[in-house]
Design a protein around this ligand. Structure first.
Ligand SMILES: [Zn+2]
Ligand SMILES: [Zn+2]
Length: 153
C-alpha cells in the first residue's frame, strides 16, 4: 500500500478514521490508533473516546446486571421464606402465592446473573484479543545461546 498523500512513499500505517494509507510523514499518533496528520486527528480521538465510553458502559452494564441479580436473589429467598412460613402457620393461606412469586424472582435472578456474566465474558474476550497474542514469541536470545560456558579448566 502507498501513502494516500504521497503516492511515491510506502504506507506504514492506516488512518483509523478514513482508512487511507499513510507514510511516516503523514501518520499522526493518536493512541491507540493512527490518523492523517492535521486532517483526521480530531476524528480519531473522538472515535477512541466513543469506543472507550461504550466499553466502560458495557462493563458497568455487566456489573449492574450482577448487582440486580444479587438483589433479586435475596428478594426471591425472602418471598419463598415468607411464603413457607405462612404455609406452616396456616396451610390454607395465600402462602403458596408468595412461594411461587419467590421462585419466579429467583429464576429472574438466575437469568439476570447469567446475562451479566455473558456481558463480562464478551468484554474480557475483546480485551484479550486487543493484546498481542499468538505472535511468533521467539525471543532475541541468540546471545544467550552463543554464550557458552566460560572455559572449564
Ligand atoms: Zn484520515
Ligand atoms: Zn505521506
Amino acid at each position: 500500500m502507498k501513502c494516500f498523500y504521497h503516492p511515491e512513499h510506502d504506507a506504514v500505517a492506516m488512518c483509523k478514521s478514513c482508512s487511507r494509507g499513510l507514510c511516516f510523514e503523514c501518520a499522526a499518533d493518536v493512541p491507540p490508533g493512527v490518523a492523517c496528520r492535521g486532517k483526521c486527528e480530531a476524528d480519531v480521538a473522538a472515535l477512541d473516546l466513543v469506543i472507550q465510553r461504550s466499553k466502560t458502559a458495557y462493563q458497568k452494564a455487566g456489573a449492574a446486571h450482577r448487582r440486580n441479580a444479587l438483589g433479586m436473589l435475596i428478594m426471591g429467598l425472602l418471598f419463598v421464606g415468607f411464603g413457607s412460613l405462612l404455609l406452616i402457620l396456616s396451610p390454607d393461606s395465600s402462602g403458596i402465592l408468595f412461594v411461587l412469586l419467590g421462585c419466579v424472582i429467583l429464576l429472574w435472578a438466575f437469568f439476570s446473573h447469567r446475562s451479566g456474566r455473558q456481558i463480562s465474558e464478551v468484554d474480557y474476550r475483546s480485551d484479550a484479543g486487543a493484546s498481542p497474542t499468538g505472535g511468533p514469541a521467539r525471543p532475541v536470545g541468540n546471545s544467550a545461546v552463543t554464550e557458552g560456558p566460560p572455559s572449564v579448566s
